[in-house]
Design a binder for this molecule. Sequence first.
Ligand code: F6R
Length: 364
Amino acid sequence: EKGNYRHFMQKEIFEQPTVVAQTLGSYLRRSDNSVALPQFDFDLSSVKRITIVACGTSFYAGMVAKYWFEQFARVPVDIDVASEFRYREPVLEKGGLALFISQSGETADTLAALRHCKENGQTIGVIVNVPTSSMAREADLLLPTHAGPEIGVASTKAFTCQLAVMAALAAHMAVKKGLMSRAEEQEVVTHLLEAPACLNAALDHDEDIASMAHLIAPARDVLYLGRGPDFPLALEGALKLKEISYIHAEGYASGEMKHGPIALIDDEVPVIVLAPSGPLFEKTVSNMEEVRARGGQIVLISDAEGLEHAGEGCLATIEMPRVHPLIAPLVYAIPVQLLAYHVACVKGTDVDQPRNLAKSVTVE
Ligand code: F6R
């Protein structure tokens, strides 16, 4: 039931403040601002290496989480797309933690990778949205997302809920390892609990995004740039755009532009730059200037301060609330989802059922 929405995808984008709050609610304790994970008989403080395996949008959630596991818990993370993982003969030391991320819990490649890890002595953590799925049944540590049924083929709310779960898990692991003080834990939890309101504030810009979609719709190619934990968001933005609007799009780490993709830049290639204020802002802006100097048409997504500093001369700007860097990947998911959605609407494609795609990919 789409209610007042035109498409399931649109409805699911707008559900994110609610479902992220629901998901956070089952991993964070508001009474004392602490992380409270489900009980399992597995010692998170003993984890020496994490292997993350997933596909598509869930893989990009894993890429964001890698920054968090390494930054907070100081655990090295290996991450692969599931279809590559088993065939590269990964080295799996006994006692390692392998995390599988999936909306459906049925993706064949991810499930096969899970079984491979199980046979090789890994503890199996599963972040999954369908609690009755095959992956959920095979988990040692089951970490459900509470996004509710996701009907649109393009994943949206499952992604932000996956991020919410993994931010909590990374903080919890850091606490267990003695790397995060009580005060730091409270600070992280406070920032995470701010996410739903910030997602709402991001959604307030829906109409601005709708009204600029016609600028992107005629493009043949679009580039997305981001840095640090927002780099996977650039990949996610490009995936969303290509799957529902059929425009060729690529995501790049901002600093990688000059190593090749800058050759593509001319005034017909819109470049979407994800640049929240924060420690990486200046670097991203200087990459943006390299694009601009070659006639590139920039759509800058940043907060008021960032737009004031670097918004001049852009093809368009999209304003986001000012957020803590930890929750920026959740908040910046909204404009990339909405941009893809509105561009697809301008083009008149079948948003909820894009050609050649299935909601759950159960073949390898
Ligand atoms: C993108 C999309 C796909 C899925 C991928 C994994 O919008 O929906 O890339 O993310 O097929 O699916 P799950 O998460 O069900 O394993």
